[in-house]
Design a protein around this ligand. Structure first.
Ligand code: NOJ
Length: 460
């Protein structure tokens, strides 16, 4: 790997910051959702989370020990603009200034995500959130405010994190905030998210801010179940409904043809101007990747249902069935560990979208543990990171995929959305009572991987 490759770690504001109503922060849709009984495991919420708002210096010291040269974090929109569209909260700006300055002082390059699911609640209440283009305009203004406030020091920007989850899980299945259930709204929400991305990128480029801007989309790998043309087509379709839905528009200016074919006018249309705005609107592609499935055109058992999660798009709009190999190891989230799927996905992205730089903006796993001792002895995660970084190295060095960075999800155990604090994804153990942080075995292993690559690294 190149010496300037970014070996990083990632978090998001709502999952770690806490200080949910401190220093002028407004409420967001996850604050409301997680205070709704029955929505989150154990009725957990993130009023305090990892208290990163107060402990960020400690967390940066850990990152320094880990040896990362990049850190991906998100800005809480409602900390910067409490109602999402009105007055700016200077204390919110101050917090991110302190965070950015401390990262730079530690030699760690900040990668900022502008939106990691925590929509200001007012925009949901007054404008139906991402169902309205008003929210897209409010986002573009918020992005502009961030570019102006931080763009003198921050040169790596990600507009959106996993829009697929916002559209499908938040506005289709109702499992995530804002908790809406619909077959059609995911496509409208996705459309407005994409327009918001385009408008923000336009602001970035017209404002001549230095650096690069992109989007972080999630995708699992879909391996054809057999070599038949039908199964190959099913796997391809699954990838297009998953990654293509949010990536084709920002590269080519429109949705994948297969989506139009299946959805007709249920899929909104971009005007020629919007399409032009979106085309080429990502300097790089961010990829969040966690697992793999086999895909087939027909069910392999008579009563098999289409998988109800994880298949991208609305299930009924695709003719795809998912399967797994019973020998694949599983994380405590139930996700399969298949490093070769990661390598294949990176190659698919290259074949599909050309040589555009890729940042792996998330990859990691949850490991169940009943106590701290078990949690820090996380050989499972150390093996996971070893396997996936090896697959990454093969994709880069043997297959020539243009990957520029890898961010391990996540720095420390945190608020795992509807799964609350039980799903521990961290390289660092977090005791949520005392806020004590303890690096796990995987932390030390990832530090070694980074050192190994750096010492053997080639010049730029
Ligand atoms: C994707 C999301 O971006 C992140 O917030 C989440 O914690 C991880 N995946 C693990 O589920």
């Amino acid at each position: 790997m190149k010496k300037n490759f970014i070996w990083g770690t990632a978090t998001s504001a709502h999952q770690i910051e806490g200080a949910w109503l401190e220093d002028g922060k407004g409420m967001n849709i996850w604050d409301a959702f997680s205070h709704t009984p029955g929505k989150i495991a154990n009725e957990d919420h993130s009023e305090v989370a990892c208290d990163h708002y107060h402990l960020y210096e400690t967390d940066i010291a850990h990152m320094k020990d880990l040896g990362v040269n990049g850190y991906r974090f998100s800005i809480a929109w409602s900390r910067v603009i409490p109602d999402g569209k009105g007055k700016v909260n200077p204390q919110g700006i101050d917090f991110y200034n302190r965070l950015i300055d401390s990262l730079l002082a530690a030699g760690i390059t900040p990668f900022i995500t502008l939106y990691h699911w925590d929509l200001p609640l007012t925009l949901q209440m007054e404008h139906d959130g991402w169902l309205s283009e008003v929210t897209a305009d409010a986002f573009a203004r918020y992005a502009q405010i961030c570019f102006e406030a931080f763009g003198d020091r921050v040169t790596n920007w990600i507009t959106f994190n996993e829009n697929w989850c916002t559209a499908v899980i938040g506005n289709g299945q109702g499992h995530f905030a804002p908790g809406r259930i619909s077959d059609d709204e995911p496509y409208i929400v996705a459309h407005n998210l994409l327009l918001a991305h385009g408008k923000a990128v336009q602001n970035f480029r017209q404002g001549d801010f230095p650096g690069q801007i992109g989007i972080a989309n999630n995708c699992d790998w879909r391996e054809p179940y057999t070599d038949s043309p039908e199964d190959k087509a099913a796997a391809q379709e699954a990838l297009e409904f998953f990654f293509g839905w949010f990536t084709d528009p920002v590269i080519f200016g429109d949705y994948p043809a297969i989506m139009r074919e299946r959805l007709g006018d249920r899929l909104p249309h971009f005007t020629p101007e919007q399409s032009e705005m979106l085309k080429g609107s990502s300097d790089f592609l961010g990829l969040n990747h966690y697992t793999t499935h086999y895909a087939s055109r027909e069910p392999i058992a008579p009563d098999q249902m289409k998988a109800d999660v994880g298949n991208g798009g609305d299930q009924d709009d695709q003719q795809v069935y998912l399967h797994h190999d019973p020998d694949w190891p599983r994380t405590s989230m139930g996700w399969f560990v298949v490093p070769w799927g990661f390598r294949k996905l990176l190659n698919w992205i290259k074949e599909h979208y050309g040589d555009i730089p890729i940042f792996v903006t998330e990859n990691g796993c949850s490991v169940a543990a009943d106590n701290k001792e078990d949690a820090v002895n996380d050989q499972f995660r150390a093996d996971f990171v070893e396997g996936y970084t090896q697959a990454l190295t093969q994709a880069v060095e043997e297959d020539g995929v243009n990957v520029k960075g890898y961010f391990c999800w996540t720095l420390m155990d945190n608020f795992e959305w509807t799964r609350g604090y039980n799903m521990r994804f961290g390289l660092i153990y977090c005791d949520f009572e005392t806020q004590e942080r303890t690096p796990k075995a995987s932390f030390h292993h990832y530090a070694e991987i980074i050192q190994r690559h750096r010492s053997g690294g080639t010049e730029d």
